[in-house]
Design a binder for this molecule. Structure first.
Ligand SMILES: [Zn+2]
Ligand SMILES: [Zn+2]
Length: 256
């Protein structure tokens, strides 16, 4: 594949490697496009500090670092400046006002919390609460409908452990929305390599049968996770059995 749009940096407090190391690794893999999409900082209330994202004050350094690397490497690879963003009612408008003050090529939607990190729950924690499943699906679809995002990260991060029919009934609404909006769904490499509950056969089998469009996202928290699917036989096998095609893995960027 020629592109990856899901790359973190050390600023999110749970990733390793400098920007340059990610870029060098991507060039070695033959990528033509590398999108940085670190966990977006959030305008949270005074005193609430997230352990998984940069602070608002780091926007300037994040973007200026990438602008100079983009220039330095422009003959070898195209660098894009973006974020993995949570959609929320409470913070999203204020967040966009801040992000637009700096260079911004694209955003991918990564819905880790509902209704948000301050007031809500982490969707990756196991639960059999159907209300939580519904809350996640509703919020993810609302985020997709803003028209500001390029694709949906790990759509099956929601870790619903209850009845399988209920899971599929709600999750298929994400797939329906993605088809209607022509919005790619990400198959997450990091989750697979790390042995997490996503990407899951139960979700991707359904999405594939329904005709969804897919993108491979490394979700690199370490330069070593910038891979080609052929390099990881088990991942390749996952894609095959779920009939996931990704071509060169280049998607149309939505400029927010
Ligand atoms: Zn992360
Ligand atoms: Zn990520």
């Amino acid at each position: 594949m020629l592109a990856n749009y899901h790359t973190h940096t050390i600023r999110c407090k749970h990733a390793a490697g400098s920007e340059r190391e990610y870029i060098e690794a991507a060039i070695k893999k033959g990528y033509k496009i590398l999108g940085f999409s670190d966990h977006v900082p959030q305008p949270y209330p005074e005193g609430f500090v997230s352990g998984i994202r940069m602070d608002m004050s780091e926007l300037e350094d994040y973007t200026s670092t990438l602008v100079s690397l983009r220039e330095e490497y422009k003959d070898k690879i195209q660098i894009l400046i973006g974020y993995e963003v949570e959609y929320s009612h409470r913070f999203f408008d204020r967040l966009m006002d801040e992000l637009r003050k700096f260079p911004l090529d694209y955003m991918i939607l990564g819905q880790h919390f509902a209704p948000n990190e301050v007031d809500g729950f982490y969707v990756g924690a196991p639960t059999n609460d159907e209300d939580k499943l519904k809350a996640y699906v509703d919020l993810a679809i609302e985020g997709m409908e803003t028209g500001l995002f390029t694709y949906l990260c790990h759509p099956d991060l929601m870790n619903y452990t209850g009845d399988e029919d209920k899971y599929l009934k709600h999750m298929r609404r994400i797939v329906e929305a993605s088809i209607e909006l022509d919005f790619p769904l990400e198959v997450n490499v990091y989750g697979f390599i790390d042995g997490r509950h996503y990407p899951s056969d139960r979700f991707f089998k359904m999405a594939s049968e329904m005709g969804a469009k897919f993108v491979i996202g490394c979700d690199a928290h370490d330069p070593r996770v910038l891979i080609n699917p052929e390099d990881v036989p088990e991942f390749n096998e996952f894609l095959k059995r779920n009939k996931i095609e990704y071509g060169d893995n280049i998607v149309d960027i939505i400029r927010p």
